[in-house]
Design a protein around this ligand. Sequence first.
Ligand SMILES: Nc1ncnc2c1ncn2[C@@H]1O[C@H](COP(=O)(O)OP(=O)(O)OP(=O)(O)O)[C@@H](O)[C@H]1O
Length: 331
Amino acid sequence: MPTAAAPATRASADSSLSPAIEAVDLTKRYGDFTAVDGITFSVTRGEAFGLLGPNGAGKSTTMRMIAAVAARTSGQMNVAGLDPEVEGPRVRARLGVIPQQDNLDEELTVRENIIMYGRYFGLPRRYLLAKADELLDFAQLSHKASARVEDLSGGMKRRLTIARALVNEPEILLLDEPTTGLDPQARHVLWDRLFRLKESGTTLVLTTHHMDEAEQLCDRLVVVDHGTIMAEGSPAGLIREHSTREVLELRFGMDRNAELAEHLEKILGDDDAAGFSHIEVLPDRLLVYAGQAETALERIHAAGLKPMTSLVRRSSLEDVFLRLTGRSLID
Ligand SMILES: Nc1ncnc2c1ncn2[C@@H]1O[C@H](COP(=O)(O)OP(=O)(O)OP(=O)(O)O)[C@@H](O)[C@H]1O
C-alpha cells in the first residue's frame, strides 16, 4: 500500500497558544428539550479528542456548535481562538468538517469534487489543481481521480470526504462518526489516514459510538450521555479508573441471571486472588469484573457452576460506559 505523507496543514503555526477548542457550560436547547446540558471541555492543539456516547447523546449537536453552524443557547465557546457565534466565517475557514453522512457531489468526478469544494473557499484554480493531486494521493484515490463518485465504494467515499475537507489546510478536523457503516478493512484504512494527519499536527475531534474507534484514535475523550459529560480521560485511564483489568463473560442459557449474579457474588466476594469487583447483569449474559478473570472462572467451576460459554477478555470503553450509565453503548 502506498504511504503518502499527510498533506500540509496550518496545524503547528501557533501550537503554544490557546487550546484548539474550549467549551464552558455549553448548552443547547430545542424548545423544552435540552440536547447539550452544560458541558465543559478543552481540546489541546494537535491532540485527537473524542466524544463517545450512544445515539442521541448530543455529540452531533456539540459538533455543529463547534463548526459554527448551530447557535448555542448558553455557555461559552472558543474555537481556534475565536467565538464561532461572532466570527462564524473565520472559524469555518480554519476547520475541516466531515459530516455523519457523506455529502459529495455525485454528478462530479472525484477530482472535481475537491476542486469545486476549494472554490467555495475562494482558493485559486492553479493552487487547487496541485492540491487535488496531493489530497488524492493522501486519500489513496489517485487511481480514481476521473471516476464518478457514484462508482466509489463506501470507504472510498469517506476518504474523499476527508480529502475534500482538507482542501483549505484546516488546523482542526471535525469528524462526526467517521467510520460508521464501513466494513472492518475500510475502517482500518481510514484510521491509518487519520493517524497520519494527527502525526502531522492536525487537531482531530471526532464523535463515535464505537468503543474500538475511540480506543484506536483518541488521546483523550469525554463519555457523553443525555447531553452531559459522565467522565473524561485517556482510553486507558478511563478503563483503569472505572473498570477492572479483565472481564469474564458468562452465558448460562437460562432466565435466572439476576439470581445467578447474587450467587456468584457470594462465591467471589472475598476472593483476593481473583480481584473481584462487581457483576453486571445483561439480558443474555453476566459480566464478571475481576482483575484475574481466569482465577474467577476457576472458583466458579470449583463451586459446581457450569456456564454454557465463558470468555475472558480485557476491559474496554464499553465496560466504562456500562459502569457509568448502566446501559450499553450500542442500543
Ligand atoms: N433540530 C433539532 N430539533 C429538535 N431536537 C433535536 C434537533 N437536533 C437534534 N435533536 C435532538 O437532540 C438530541 C441529541 O441529538 P444529536 O444528534 O446531537 O445526538 P448524537 O449523540 O449525535 O447522536 P447521533 O449519533 O444519533 O446523531 C437527540 O435526542 C435529537 O433527537
